[in-house]
Structures are given as C-alpha cells and as structure tokens.
Design a protein around this ligand. Sequence first.
Ligand SMILES: [Zn+2]
Length: 260
Amino acid sequence: MKSNVIHVCYSPRYYAHTHTNSMEKLAAVAEVLAQKSYIELVEPELIDVQLLKKLHDPHYVDAFVQGEKPLASAQGFKQWNEQLRDAVLSVQGGQLKAAELAFQYGISANIAQGFHHAVYECGLAYCTFNGLALVAQHFPHKKIFILDCDQHGGNGTAEFTLRLHNLFNYSIFAIPFGCAYHERSLTHHIDKQEGSFEQYVKAIQQGFNNAIAWGADLIIYQAGMDCHQHDRFGSAWFTTELLKQRDHLVFSLAKKITFL
Ligand SMILES: [Zn+2]
C-alpha cells in the first residue's frame, strides 16, 4: 500500500534525562519532524516485557524492569529510574510498530537510540536491549537485514545472528568494538583518518548487493551519526554534507528494490 506520508514512531515517553544526552536527542529530532507535512508521527505502546524475554536472558530483563543493580545499569546509564525504564520500553515498542508499518507501507522510521551493542546476557555502551535483533525475533518468517552505519561496530547484533537465522548484520564502522565476522555478519572497516567517502559508498553498495542476494524482506537502516567529523569518535573526512549524501544514497538504493 502506498502512502504520501512517512510514518515515524515517537512518543514523549522516549525522553529520559541521563548523564549523557543519549535519550534526550530523540525529542529534539521529533520536534523538527513534527513540522514536516510529509511526516506522520505514530505513538507506540510500551513493549510487552514478555517479548523482550524471548530475545534476552529473562533474568536480565527482570533486573532492568525492576531496577536491580548492577544489571539494570549494565548499559552505562548510572541512574536507573522509572522514566528511563519507560523510555527504553517505549523505544522498543516503537521498533515493532515501525516494522509493522514498513511491511504495510514500504517505509517507516523509529526515532530511536541504543540497540546494537546489547548482547543476549546484558546491555552495553548505552544500549539496553537489541531492538534490531528484536524485529527478527518477532517476525520469524521475515528476513531482516541490518545496515548499520554507526561509527562503532554492532557487536551485539553480530552475536544475535548466531541465535536468529533470519537476521543479517552488515556493519560499516571505524571503531570495531568487537563486532565479529560470521556467516550472516559482515564487517566493513573504514579508517577514521585514511578512509574516504568513495570507500564508504562502495561499502553501502556492497551491503545492498548482500541484502538482495540474501532475499531480505526488510532492511533496517541504523543511521549512526557519530561518524561525523565533529563527534569525538568521528572520522576526520566525514562532513555534514557527506552524511546527507550517505543517507540519500541509502534511501535511493532502498527505493529501487522496494516493490510496494
Ligand atoms: Zn556509536
């Protein structure tokens, strides 16, 4: 079904005040998108905790939901509180809602953070639960391909490809972060100093070739922004204009292979 708007999942509950701005920037993005005529914001429910227990160690899920340290803070947010819990559960709910909308309309988005470092046993590096692997867990008959363009390798998602046969991780990064190469986890390192946008473009095109060859039903684009040259982890050559070009390329290639 075609739609003349892009459905974007977001809830004011996504906002959580932490010692980083990790979950505050989501509200800033939503504020800008709400002004656009071609965007329709959709408010998701909090995820059913039982669904998270099918993906992660149930002991870890319970610890996070109940605020039991140290596991509840394994992802690095020092202060656990109910606002943080509900923000995380809402963003995860948004992942499933956005996937449903993408299957329905061909495209959707979730204004999200914090997925790709989370492993089965616990969270890591501001990632509480792996919302990328979650989509594969929830739609077992669909092939879910992750195009991860965060500056850090998606180690958690790479691990989950060993548990979920309908999950493929393709990670383009400068900082490996333990992101391992497996049968359905391909890693593409591009150097922070010596790399170039030409290499990056080739890596994206290769990613799409892999998605097509595998027969992906859904591509989830994790549009990491920490590769920007002004980020403390960023690549020296990655300007704002090039980030725009990167995103334009990804959506153009996706549109070519979308039949809706
Ligand atoms: Zn990162």
